[in-house]
Design a protein around this ligand. Structure first.
Ligand code: S3P
Length: 427
């Protein structure tokens, strides 16, 4: 599809689940591949990114079965991956290439990763440096970009302080540490999502999670087991924003992952007086899960930066869109990382908001979206970026006229069926 038009909505209502968590699905599949025995993962993400991970694992000799949304992985043990006869294509998925590079750093053969145009522009030096410290040989185009060639070997544990808050880099180091001699220590000045730590503990890895430092002991045996993946809070974020912004809405999102390293978006909205409530909270496979109820609300707006940013990194585009509806505007700082995502998300958001008649101030590390602005209809670009397409679908629901999104199919990267689901809950 070249273009999709989203018309203004009367209200959103009803109850729905959302796409399964992409971050957790990637991790469970990868760790299962190096565990002993069989792992069954229910509600595995159908996102194209997670399919990239499964396909790469198959090329590394892992037997993967899929029955509806249940994925079964036959683990090959810690050093059991096999050399792939072809290059591994990570598609659009940074998580696939960055985490799997950690797994492959300890595998004694050569692997080459390629990806699509967007992924080929994204920085890889951040994982190359720690993996070299472990002892892996790794090369990249201009030292920083795909194609990435890894020659794995015997690794020695490292002490590593993350120069930027990044769960992908942290996870890469932990997965390499799993295969290294000794205890690998990762220090993260700002806490980022901790799904890798949780999943490793679930599989029986010797891992200790202490405030900002994580330790993993290499060797040992991981054991396959049964998992169920919660709904992705970053997918829920679009429906939360839509229900807040469209008057008279009331929506209930069920089975949403509520790991505290991912709930910054909800916390900030509540601070801004949004009517968002969590119910039926429980813990499944070490991950918090619950329902999220949302009612249309006026939000105050605020300045957001510092340690909030890693927790809300994927929600910033939709938060910025919501900023137009706030009383005082939303200002984001300390988020230069947004420029290294699937698109330059600061630029993509600012350009699209302006195309809908909004004022936006762009900073090198963020943006300011003044409040109390009405959006008019218009044409926006997804920039091939799933979160930009979904953020501006939300804008279309509360703009004064229809919003046409160019290249909307990229939503499949994290949320196949997003537009159908949106049509189901809107009037
Ligand atoms: C992810 C971490 C974040 C996030 C991405 C998924 C993960 O990236 O933006 O969508 O699954 O670890 P960084 O770790 O690069 O910030």
């Amino acid at each position: 599809m070249d273009r999709l038009e989203i018309k203004p909505a009367q209200r959103l209502s009803g109850e729905t689940s959302v796409a399964a968590d992409k971050s957790i699905s990637h991790r469970l599949a990868m760790i299962a591949a190096v565990a002993e025995g069989v792992t069954t993962i229910h509600n595995f993400a159908e996102s194209v990114d997670c399919q990239s991970t499964l396909e790469c694992l198959r090329n590394l000799g892992v037997h993967v079965e899929r029955d509806g949304s249940t994925v079964t992985i036959h683990g090959r043990g810690l050093h059991g991956l096999e050399r792939s006869s072809r290059v591994l294509d990570a598609g659009n998925s940074g998580t696939t290439v960055r985490l799997m590079s950690g797994l492959l750093a300890g595998s004694p053969f050569e692997t080459t990763f390629v990806g699509d145009e967007s992924l080929s522009r994204r920085p890889m030096k951040r994982i190359i440096e720690p993996l070299r410290q472990f002892g892996a040989a790794i090369e990249a185009r201009d030292g920083n970009y795909l194609p990435l060639r890894i020659r794995g070997s015997n690794l020695d544990a490292i002490n590593f302080t993350l120069p930027i808050p990044s769960a992908q880099v942290k996870s890469c180091v932990l997965l390499a540490g799993l295969q290294a001699r000794g205890v690998t220590k990762v220090h993260e000045p700002v806490v980022s999502r901790n799904h890798t730590e949780i999943a490793l503990a679930q599989f029986g890895a010797r891992i200790r999670n202490m405030a900002n430092t994580i330790e993993v002991k290499g060797g040992g045996t991981l054991r396959g087991k049964e998992f169920s993946v919660p709904g992705d809070p970053s997918a829920a974020a679009f429906f939360i924003a839509a229900a807040l912004a469209v008057p008279n809405s009331g929506l209930r999102l069920t089975g949403i992952g509520l790991n505290p390293t991912r709930t910054g978006y909800i916390s900030l909205l509540v601070k801004m007086q949004a009517r968002v409530a969590i119910t039926r909270l429980s813990v499944v496979n070490g991950e918090s899960i619950g329902d999220v109820g949302v009612e249309a609300s006026e939000i105050e707006g605020m300045d957001i930066g510092g340690s909030w940013i890693p927790n809300i990194i994927d929600e910033i585009p939709v938060l910025a869109v919501l900023g137009t509806r706030s009383q005082n505007g939303i200002r984001i700082r300390d988020a230069a990382e947004l420029r290294a995502k699937e698109s330059d998300r600061i630029h993509s958001v600012a350009k699209n908001l302006r195309a809908l008649g909004a004022d936006v101030e762009e900073y090198p590390d963020g943006l300011f979206v003044p409040g109390g602005q009405r959006l008019h209809g218009g044409v926006v670009d997804s920039f091939g970026d799933h979160r930009i397409a979904m953020a501006f679908a939300v804008a279309g629901l509360f703009a004064d006229g229809p919003v046409a999104i160019q290249n909307p199919d990229c939503v499949n990267i994290s949320f196949p069926g997003f537009f159908d689901l949106l049509s189901r809950v809107r009037e």
